[in-house]
Design a binder for this molecule. Structure first.
Ligand code: 5AD
Ligand code: SF4
Length: 452
């Protein structure tokens, strides 16, 4: 890294602190992990107190408008801090900086921001910092052609679970979605790089790996190597010592029988599938450019359950797409009941700049809110039923952290991604333990440790 070798700034970052606020998806979380690795490599240490930090970064998301508005608010609140402490460095990165509309708001209205960089410029951060320190002038790098950005070093959230990027970008152009603009066209990383990265993580004691991509099922399309996603997944699963393998996100149109077979045949691939449906109405799905209909979606979910008994299925649902009628919404509720989702991420439609759907007139807020409330009223009892099926069973749980509300309780996940609460000593964090489930809510299951 250039900056580290720069004599002038060799000791500059020692004793300096950084703070990162991350908005959005796991991809962004992973980017923040990479950024924190770079900052710590320079000499910075992490602080959870934003006001105490010398380098304050917002890693942004554009998928829905509320994340965007929240960002503007949080950056504005730093105006005074920057005025009083001009030596503090404020930076904004991520998806919002990839589109000119959102970037211009930061550039023009937020003079307190010193460094701006995009999703493909993470490795340039040391150079950008160096340039800023030299000139005192705002620096911006959102170039799309940063070929050296296949950087794998990062600080994972703990020393037993890690994300591994397998691809970036998306070519699907769902009518409501800004990701193809913010993350760019689909590009897959070479299988050998991915395998090597996971092998190293496993050698270092990591137990659970999550493969990340906007649409992992189309891995390998358009690339010069001949490896499909099921083939890659199988290669990863065969890595000796890897206990749990997850992946996200999938597109239902690309979920193949081969992928189902690979999950079924490899015990360390978790029995959990995130299958974003968005809507249950054929008409709305067509308007959204999703390229599957209700029946095809139900068929994929049915096949997953038939082939892999006990598999948990989660989904993403958008309520209030501009062309959605009450009948269309009823179709969505119908799919929820028929599939019996284990959990769901539910969103009110939010118009995003330059997407096809943004040209359509939105539905009245009150109607959207009413549908949203009815969707949750339908889903919560289904989640509860699903979780109740665990009561009385003994499950394996990877213990992740102390519960926020109760220090004597640890939280962890089953391979089906159920959130588990269990009384246990915190030195068990990072271990896979057996838990007898005694209780449940719509969102968690809880129980007691089973001693071997
Ligand atoms: N409005 C609401 N929800 C959206 N999502 C993506 N774009 C929008 C939007 N414009 C949701 C989809 C996607 C998830 C990551 O975010 O459900 O699967
Ligand atoms: Fe967005 Fe659709 Fe791509 Fe998912 S598949 S990132 S919803 S365009």
């Amino acid at each position: 890294m250039q900056l580290k070798n720069n004599e002038k700034y060799k000791n500059y970052f020692v004793n300096k602190k950084y703070n990162i606020t991350t908005f959005g998806c796991q991809m962004n979380e992973h980017d923040s992990e990479r950024i924190s690795y770079i900052l710590e490599d320079l000499g910075y240490t992490k602080t959870d107190d934003r006001n105490d930090a010398d380098f304050i970064l917002f890693n942004t998301c554009l998928v829905r408008e509320n994340a965007e508005l929240k960002l503007y608010g949080q950056v504005s609140s730093l105006k005074k801090l920057k005025e009083e402490n001009p030596e503090k460095i404020i930076a904004v990165s991520g998806c919002m900086m990839q589109t000119s509309v959102a970037r211009e708001v930061i550039e023009k209205k937020h003079k307190e921001v010193d460094i701006i960089f995009g999703t493909k410029n993470i490795n340039s951060l040391p150079d950008l910092l160096f340039k800023y320190l030299e000139t005192g002038e705002r620096v911006i790098d959102v170039s799309e052609d940063n070929v050296k950005d296949d950087y794998v070093n990062y600080n994972s959230k703990n020393n037993f679970q890690a994300y591994v990027n397998i691809m970036r970008g998306c070519d699907n152009f769902c009518s409501y979605c800004i990701v193809p603009q913010s993350r760019g066209r689909e590009e897959s990383r070479r299988p050998s790089h991915i395998i090597e990265e996971i092998e190293n993580l496993v050698k270092n004691g990591y137990k659970e790996i999550t493969l990340l991509g906007q649409n992992v099922n189309s891995y390998g399309n358009k690339s010069d190597f001949n490896v499909t996603f099921p083939e890659l997944l199988e290669k990863c699963a065969k890595i000796e010592g890897l206990q749990r393998l997850r992946f996200t996100t999938s597109h239902p149109k690309d979920l193949s029988d081969d992928l189902i077979r690979v999950i079924k045949e490899n015990d360390n691939i978790c029995n959990y599938f995130h299958l974003p449906m968005q809507s249950g109405s054929d008409k709305v799905l067509k308007d959204m450019n999703r390229k599957y209909n209700k029946e095809q979606y139900l068929e994929k979910a049915r096949k997953l359950k038939e082939e892999i008994p006990g598999i948990a299925i989660s989904t993403d649902i958008i309520v209030g797409y501009p062309t959605e009628t009450e009948e269309d919404f009823q179709e969505t509720l119908d799919v929820c009941r028929k599939v019996g989702f284990d959990t769901a991420f539910t969103f009110k439609y939010s118009p995003r700049p330059k997407t096809k759907a943004a040209k359509l007139d939105p539905i009245d807020d009150k109607i959207v809110q009413d549908r949203f409330d009815r969707l949750l009223d339908t889903l919560y009892p289904i989640f509860n039923e699903k979780n109740k099926e665990y009561v009385g069973k003994v499950v394996e749980v990877l213990l992740e952290s102390e519960s926020k509300n109760n220090k004597n309780v640890l939280t962890g996940r089953t391979d089906t991604f159920k959130l588990v609460h269990v009384k246990a000593d915190k030195n068990l964090i990072g271990q896979i333990v057996k838990v007898k489930i005694t209780d449940n809510t719509s969102f968690t299951i809880s129980g007691e440790l089973v001693q071997d």
